[in-house]
Design a protein around this ligand. Structure first.
Ligand code: 5GP
Ligand code: MN
Length: 341
């Protein structure tokens, strides 16, 4: 972070702080937010965590979860707007484009608070006074850990804080297997284990906590909805609104399914396309140098990381989205076929 000394000074005095993260927070978004919140509270700040939406129940065990305010909750909109408007500092974690906080973005932009962006996504916008941004970081939670190290305050870390950070690092690295998993990431994980975190428990809370309906939904999608296009080395799944309802799908139930496409030999890009009420939502995963964030940003109003991105369409429906995908695939065929696998 440039001007780190000014940042240190800023957060060495008790402040009113708001922490926010991207729409539909995942374990890294929520884990980095609640990990940072735990640390800042220990430093004497008044901290509020406001998420732009709800999030899956398999991450709701994190310390501080009960205090998180959902901006979509109209009953507390006066309070959340007040907190944002009157904050001294707003931390923006795990996103770097204001549109990613949807309805909150205008309030955050207008607030006089000093903004601090901590993130690892590509193509950041310039909206924050303090920026700790590193696309090579495996997770925003890694950056939070490193920030606390830079502050020389590792002694403030405790088990609840580290459980949150570990969850973010574990999930964003795909349980320490993505290429983002550097020796530094393993060292942080080792530090966290030494502090007393039960990492096996964290893994089970997140990955071994499916409902029976979710397991049946996964089985259905794999057996009935998988489309493989060997000529492009692409696999994709579509999920309709009716199927979400039939399997009583909850927030987070489609998460991770896209990764199964990459488990097929030779597949270089996997996509899941889900018909949500607000938009048709897409998740992209790829291997090696094939950059899905380029496809997501160029064609599907999205973005993300080179090998894990998201996007959406509106007004063309699920079938229209698949048609659009089919139209653009030839443009990428040569690159897809060239990938080492
Ligand atoms: P997921 O597929 O797990 O929802 O998202 C994969 C990655 O892409 C995450 O880092 C997420 O933040 C990013 N991402 C997902 N959806 C969008 C989107 O609509 N816009 C942008 N810019 N990034 C997205
Ligand atoms: Mn992340």
């Amino acid at each position: 972070m440039q001007n780190f000394e000014a940042f240190r000074e800023l957060i060495n005095t008790p402040r009113n702080i708001v922490i926010t993260t991207h729409f539909k927070p995942d374990a890294d978004a929520l884990g980095s937010s609640l990990g940072l919140a735990g640390y800042l509270k220990k430093k004497g700040h008044k901290v509020s965590v406001i998420t732009p939406s709800d999030y899956p129940s398999f991450i709701a065990w994190m310390a501080g979860n009960e205090e998180v305010m959902n901006y979509e909750n109209y009953k507390i909109r006066g309070k959340t707007n007040n907190l944002i408007a009157n904050a001294d500092v707003i931390f923006c974690l795990d996103f770097s484009v204001l549109a990613r906080i949807e309805a909150m973005s205008e309030q955050v932009k207008q607030s006089k608070a000093v903004k601090v962006m901590i993130d690892h996504h590509t193509f950041p916008e310039d909206f924050a006074e303090f920026v700790y941004h590193d696309t090579k970081a495996a997770a925003t939670a890694q950056l939070i850990f490193q920030l606390i190290e830079l502050m020389d305050e590792k002694y403030l870390l405790d088990v609840p804080i580290c459980e949150c950070l570990y969850a973010g690092i574990m999930t964003d690295t795909g349980s320490f297997r993505h290429p983002s998993t550097t020796p530094a990431v393993h060292r942080i994980a080792a530090d966290i284990m030494e502090l007393g975190v039960n990492t096996n428990l964290i893994h089970r809370r997140i990955y071994d906590s499916s409902t029976v309906e979710r397991m049946k939904f996964l089985g259905y999608v794999l057996s009935e909805k998988l489309v493989v296009l060997p000529e492009y080395r692409v696999a994709y799944f579509t999920v309709t609104d009716e199927e979400l309802k039939r399997f009583n799908s909850q927030t987070g139930d489609t998460e991770g399914i896209v990764n199964y496409g990459l488990q097929i030999e030779g597949i270089v890009m996997s996509i899941i396309i889900v018909d949500r009420p607000e938009a048709v939502k897409m998740s992209f995963r790829s291997v090696e140098e094939f950059a899905v964030n380029q496809i997501a940003s160029k064609h599907f109003s999205g973005g993300g990381h080179k090998n894990a991105s998201g996007g959406k369409t509106t007004g063309i429906g699920l079938a229209g989205t698949v048609e659009k995908l089919m139209r653009i695939l030839p443009e990428y065929q040569e690159m897809l076929l060239a990938v080492r696998n």
